[in-house]
Design a protein around this ligand. Sequence first.
Ligand code: FMN
Length: 403
Amino acid sequence: LTPQAGSAMTLSSADYALLRTPLCDRLGIDLPILQAGMGRSIGSPTTPQLVAAVSEAGGLGCLGASGLDPSEISAAIREVRQRTQRPFAVNVLLPSGLEPTENSTRTALRLAIRRDYPNHSRFVDSLCDRYGLSRREVNREGTVSPAFALEQAEAVIDQQVPALVVGLGDPTQLVARAHQAGMFVVGMAGSLRNAQRQRLSGVDAIVAQGYEAGGHTGTVANFALLPQIVDSMAPLPIIAAGGIADGRGLVAALAYGAQGVWCGTAFLLATETDLSESHRRQLIAARSEDMTISRCYTGKPSRIVHNVVVDDWAASGLEPLPMPYQGVLMDDFTAAAMAAERWDLVNNPGGQIAGMLTRQRGAGKIVGRMASEAVATIRALGRLPAGAGSCFPAADAERAKVE
Ligand SMILES: Cc1cc2nc3c(=O)[nH]c(=O)nc-3n(C[C@H](O)[C@H](O)[C@H](O)COP(=O)(O)O)c2cc1C
């Protein structure tokens, strides 16, 4: 494939060749830069415009579909296809550790929370009182539940999207169907153990997501996680995620043996994302230390911009409800806060690298800049005096502990 006009313009064909990995060939993309699928409990910050812009620039755009219902997913995929002929991906969240209940509509879950978890209901009431918000109820039935997630994934498979990326859970039940539809399937892992589970499910590649990452995250930082997953999963292609927002990060990931990077936070301020002005300002102001982990909004540890609700939750002493209950509980609060335009009370996920975000740019520019910085970094490393640094593991490098 030749680079498209309007992509990273300053790159020569030698530059593209320098960054090309086998994963690029598998996916039919020019650059090993993948934009992470980012969802919200309702809607998606990753608009079709964003997805198409990243793919047009030579990377792989990804629609974060976790907060979209199946008909919205189909419509968004159609829109991406109207905007680009290039490959793209869709991401769904498949929650693990839950019974696939038939009746897991939002209404049913809300009633169950009121009945079984009165202290949690009172917590949301007290938040509304404290911040002067009128109570609201989200009037969409879909929520992060196994049954709904499977319906979402089916909508993606029906559309034969080039790549499906599955977050959180075990994609075994989807892989064969997606492969029959000719799709490339990627699983996400935050630990070596998770990566082993993902490999057993038959995925084609694994995203190794470090602790630095925005959104739901594990406990192992990338410099420790990545080499272990690369070594023990070979020859499966590994894609590095967490804390990567420039060309140096891309080169570091490639040096560890990753075949691409999966960047979320780096794209949050892209002009094409569906992020409120207020959340954009929060991210520009944030230092890395402000990107805190809380289970408040979804029930699972998620890295977000620190806000007062995180403190209120910690002070309540309550245990988070399992997914999807905590999300249903807090979505109603979020709806109340949004109706009052209190974005400071709304979940704003992002990674530690948000500390480096200062400017809004078009997504194509973000991809192009990352690629040209990576090329410059590789060339600079090549000019280092012999022995000053090496991109390659020593022959007797430590090996990962595979169970
Ligand atoms: C706003 C936001 C929303 C996210 N939503 C999802 C999601 O719906 N599904 C998923 O698999 N990962 C999600 N993630 C995690 C990303 O897929 C990715 O692993 C992460 O952003 C990489 O780390 P970085 O933010 O440091 O680039 C989200 C991340 C952010 C910042």
